[in-house]
Each structure stands twice: as structure tokens, then as C-alpha cells.
Design a protein around this ligand. Sequence first.
Ligand code: THG
Length: 563
Amino acid sequence: MHRREFRNLICQRPVLLDAPLPSSCLSSRWSEAEIFHNLDEVIASLTSFKNICCDIVRCPSAGLNRFAMKTALSGEPPMAMNCELMRLCCAALGDTPVFGTVSTTGQRLEPYGTLDFDDAVTCYAEQGRALLEGGAQGFILCGSNDIQEARAALIALRELQDCPCIVELTVNSQGQVIGGTEPLSALITLQALGANAIGFVPTEASLSLAPLLKQLKPFATVALYGVVPRCTTPVECMLAGEALVAAGANLLGCSHQCSTTDQYALGVRLHNLPAQPVQKSGISALSSLHSSVLLGPQHPFAIVGERINPTGKKKLQAGLRQGDLELVHSFALEQEQRGAAVLDVNMGLSGIDEKAMMLKATGMLSRLTPLPLCIDTTRPDVMEAVLRRYPGRALVNSVSGEQARIEETLPAAAKYGAMFILLPLTDAGIPETTKERIAVVESVLETATSYGYGVEDCVVDGLVMTISANPEAAQVTLDLIGWCAETLQANTIVGLSNVSFGMPERQWINSAFLGMAMGRGLTMAIANPSANSIMATTQSYNTLWGHDLTLLLNGGALTPENV
Ligand code: THG
């Protein structure tokens, strides 16, 4: 099945996705090996549902990966089992599409465990290939409780074929993805990475997912999927399904404790419920392993902390040359504590292995801080390597009109669905006038659109130059910011300290310029959050626009003694 067909399917009406396994299998929780040894019974159960209520059937292949099977008792090579099981399901179900299921390897991935990310990707690619060979129309990643495992599977399956991938995450009774990822953060990460539907399974079978789906719906550009809680009657099952659809669900599944009669009732009911819309254009948002940051004029102003950058920092340079990340660690905590929303990470230093250092630093930072990262490198291979492993949705710094950025960095950013900073410059240099810069912004955006990007996925850099070299530098940048905010409705950013380079009283100039740019619609700045004047302006902006009243009302994050 092509991804477009899947989208059409869910646009018609809510879809039921299920695995009508034999009750003996469910009650005694068969292993995949046992399922394989009782195939007749499994297939008979699947067939009994043919054309009745399920729109998509799950092939019970979930645990047949090389890591999980190592511990299971079976003589068959797992890949042959995947293919055979899928083939039999497809033969039994005729026209009803069968999706391959994959699930945990049973081993913890880095950074929490020892399983290498690439080994996990290889494992899911191998299983996915076998399932496609057997006739899989799409994939479901079942009950994942680790965002990195979900990412590894999604990357592997997306690299195989352009078929739909549904990701199902386990949430606990507090509404958190097990592993500590907030559901919104998981949604931002996985929809950017190319999942076609994202869903949740509660660890407590009686928990209703309706409030969670309702909360996530405004942020979802993909289908939402929810599992109906445990029911005791068919009517109860229908009502629970209706509640999930009303909350925004496009796909439903049933708890294993629901009877086949319950499932049938729900399937029939769905034929008469309206399809829930799926938003076309997305939101500007970044995420990390645990958390997320929303960007734009309706949200708090975002300071991108600039300090993790060896330029002009002797101590940091010396540390990095010895592979020591102690200063990176302390700069991160300090910037987080000072109110940065995002951390820029730049490891550009002659004589070090930039790729290895970037991977090491971003891996450490992902565990250390909930702030999403801005990956600042000119090397496309470094960008690609970091984005592949980063457990969230990063900000790419940067894509410009330069040929190398367009041909290499942009495709890498697009593959992992990262947001990107758009620098309005070309191989010919930085255009002097606002008009020329606008032309570069439009041209880069046009190319980005062909990769599936929308304007909400980019942040235009105002490219502020120092006024000590050109007295009109600030004006040109302010006009560009104004145009982006009003006409393009795009986020904008500036490297704030550039404006005052070579001038006296730099902090005065920087904070005045920040206020002026905010007035034209600036939404982000790369700056040093240890500068009180910058953070005071930022907190005041957030208070004046009503984004965050608490900070100043409580005396501000900048306490009297450090202002
Ligand atoms: N746009 C985009 N990315 C950028 C910039 C931009 N990345 C790099 C730069 N400009 C922003 N980052 C920095 C990092 C450090 C400094 C300035 C800008 C800096 N460092 C002090 C020095 O060199 O002396 C050290 C100060 C300290 O200890 O923190 O000034 O414009 N997209």
C-alpha cells in the first residue's frame, strides 16, 4: 500500500486496526514461536474476521526479530518465519490489507543500554524485508516504550519502501511514554521522521486515551490512533470507540481483553462515524528525548544558547582536543538554568574529528538536558550522522542558497524531518539589500518544498552584520525580519552579538537591537543567556505578550542579586 492510499483510507472514515487472534493464544499469551506452531488456529481466527469489521489486520509477527528470538525456543530461522506467517495471513485475508508488526528487541538501546543504534536499525530492516517479501502492505511498530527504539524501527522501515508505518507507544497512567518521553515530544519527533500514524496503548487496560488524543490533535499532521480500553459489553466498546473518534482518532484498535463480539460491534459502528480531519500544515516545534519547544509569535521567545562553540574559547578548545566534554557539560547546564530554550552545538575546531566529537557531545547532551539541540556544522556528513541518532527533532544550522548546502545539507535535514535555519546567502556571498535576501529565501524555500518541507519548518536568519562595518546592517536585517513575519509568516532568528562586533558597550547595543527586532516580529535569537540584559528583555517580552506571566510576577528567573 502506498502512503497516499493510507491517507485516503483514513480520510473516508475512522479505521479499525486489529489482530483477531484465537482466544487460547490471548489468554495464555503465546510467544511468536508458539503462534508459529499453531498456525492453523491463528489463520482460522484471522479468516473468521475477513470482510467483517477490520480494515487493516495485524500479522502476529511482532517478536520475530533476531534479538528477541535468540531467547525464544524455535528451530526456524526467524526471517523465514516472518515471510511465511505474512504469506499465510495475506492468503487467508484476500483483499483486507495485512500489516507486518515489529516490536521490541528486548535490549536497551544507547544511551540507556548497550545496543548500538545502527544494529537496531539493521535488525528491523532485516525483519521488514522478510515481511515485505511475504506481502506486507505496511507496518505497525507495536507497543514501543522507548523513543529511540521507535526511531530505529521507523528509519529502517522507511528506508525499505514507501509504505505506511504506524507507531504505537505505551503510555502509563500519568500519560507519559514509558522511558520518560512526553507524548507531545514523541509526536513531534515521530511525525517529523515520517510515521504515518501515531498511537498510544495504555499500560492500564481500563484507561481512556480520549483526553490525551484531544490534547495532541492540534499538533498532529499525521493520523492519530488509539486503543479502546477494556470493555464488558459491545455497546460499551462502541461508546468508547466513539469517544476516541470524537477526541480526534483516525484509527482504532481494541484492548486484548475485548471480546470478538465487542470488536465486531465497534467495527460496524465505525462505518457510520465521520472521518476526523488530519491537519495539512504543521507547527513549528523542536523536541528532545524528553521534552519539546513550540516556536512562533504565539509562543515564548526562544533563546538558542550559543556557548557550546569553541570559537574564541581557549579552555573549551583545549578540552575538546583531549576529547573532554566537561566544559560542554557545564555550559549546557548553565544555559539551561539561565533560561535558554534550545542549545546550539558547534564542534568546528581544526585538528579534531568533528563527526566523532559531535556524536559524543550530542549523545551526552541528550541525556543531560531536556532542551532540544541546534546542530551547528557546515559538514553534511556530520549533520547526517547526528540527525540519524538524535532522539528528537533537532534544528539544523544551517541551509543556505549555497550549492553544497542545497545539495547535501538540505536532503539530510529532510530525511530526518529536522527544522532548519535558512541563511539568505549564496555562493556569491551575502546580498546587501533586503530585496535580494528575500529572493534567496524564496528560492531556498522552493527547493525545500520539493523535499516536503513547509514554511513552518524553517527559521529565517536575519543575517545581521556588524554596524561598525556597515551603518545600514541593522536596517537591512530588521526589514527582512518584518517581511518574514508579515508576508511569509515564518520564524526568524539572528546571531545577536554580530550586530555590535567592534563596538563599545556591546551589551547595550545587543539588547536594544533585540528589542527592535522583537518589535518587527523576531521569534528567536542565538545569544549568550548569561547576559542579563538579553534575558531581561526576553522575560519582559514574554510577560508583555502574555506568554509567561509567572516569571516576572515571581521576581523573575534573574534574581535581584544577579541582575
Ligand atoms: N547565525 C547562525 N548561526 C550562528 C551565527 C549566526 N552560529 C555561530 C554564531 N553566529 C553564533 N554563535 C556565537 C558563539 C560564540 C560567540 C558569538 C556567537 C562569541 N564567543 C566569545 C568570543 O568569541 O570571544 C566567547 C564568549 C563566551 O565565553 O561565551 O562571541 O549569526 N544561524
